[in-house]
Design a protein around this ligand. Structure first.
Ligand code: KMH
Ligand code: ZN
Length: 280
């Protein structure tokens, strides 16, 4: 219910790996299961309450292998109390069919991107029928979607989806503005304000993340608008110009410190479950 999570509680989601950065370019990126669980544990200790997961194969390439996804969910549940969110976005090369199968791994939550977007030189494909099918599957499987909004049009698409297909499993509506992707909305305060103003009334919570150098302006803008934060090496690889991130927990620690300045304290994992409406 709405009173169970106080407004000062700040959800920090960590996205530790992503699908875009190679292990060769960034050896400190957690790509093996052991590295992922260790990173998740460090991030939980630093104040994260949810982990947004992309997995890799033995060659550190992005993977949506079903068995590996299920093992990853099990290992994260065993090693942490974090809310486990699997990416259904995968990499820009993953077929839609395989992205639907991610839900077979029965995570607490899944990402659900609300429309196609140019993504650097590539296209991140999310046609409407796919979005609607993935959404209905999440309702059937009792997996809580996090609606990923890369553009203002995605906010309008979220309104359309909720009008046509009702509320998510759990009855809460959580979305995440992913800003500063080349091809999506810019990582600016103005864009965030426009996005928040356009959110449908069913939305119960939102976070924001800014890619690359937009991470700090977007994080600060999100805090000043009363939102939550996503951080992690999926989204940014430097702490400041020329200073590489060595561990995801550094980004979580910084997010927690920013939250404290705004008189927000990190949300517990139990509070995050209530906020998001995930299965107990
Ligand atoms: N890797 C991007 C193409 C998600 O995780 O749902 C998509 C992405 C969004 O990262
Ligand atoms: Zn992702």
């Amino acid at each position: 219910n709405d009173t169970a999570v106080p407004p000062e509680a700040l959800l920090v989601t960590v996205a530790p790996t992503g699908a875009e950065t190679t292990k060769a370019d960034c050896p400190q990126l957690p790509t093996t299961l052991d590295e992922l669980v260790t990173a998740a544990q460090e991030c939980e200790a630093a104040g994260a309450a949810m982990v947004h997961v992309h997995i890799r194969d033995d060659e550190h390439r992005p993977s949506l292998d079903g068995r590996r996804l299920a093992e990853t969910v099990a290992a994260l549940r065993e090693g942490t109390d974090l809310v486990v969110q699997l990416s259904t976005g995968g990499s820009v090369h993953d077929p839609l069919e395989q992205r639907l199968k991610v839900l077979d791994a029965a995570p607490d939550s899944c990402s659900l991107t609300m429309g196609t977007t140019n993504f650097g030189d590539d296209v991140f494909s999310n046609p409407w029928p796919f979005v609607a099918e993935l959404y209905q599957l999440s309702q059937e499987r009792e997996v809580v979607p996090e609606f990923e909004l890369f553009d203002l049009g995605h906010v309008a698409a979220l309104r359309r989806l909720l009008d046509r297909h009702g509320l998510p499993y759990g009855g809460r509506v959580h979305c995440d503005f992913v800003m500063g992707v080349p091809g999506g909305m810019p990582g600016t305060t103005d864009a965030l304000v426009a996005g928040v103003a356009a959110l449908p009334p069913e939305v119960t919570s939102w976070s924001a993340t800014g890619i690359g150098r937009t991470t700090l302006p977007v994080g600060l803008a999100a805090l000043s608008k009363g939102g939550h934060l996503r951080v992690g090496m999926e989204d940014v690889l430097t702490l400041s110009r020329g200073v590489p991130v060595e561990r995801n927990a550094q980004l979580v620690e910084r997010a927690v410190a920013m939250g404290e300045l705004a008189q927000r304290r990190p949300m517990t994992t139990a509070e995050a479950r209530t906020l998001l409406g995930v299965r107990p």
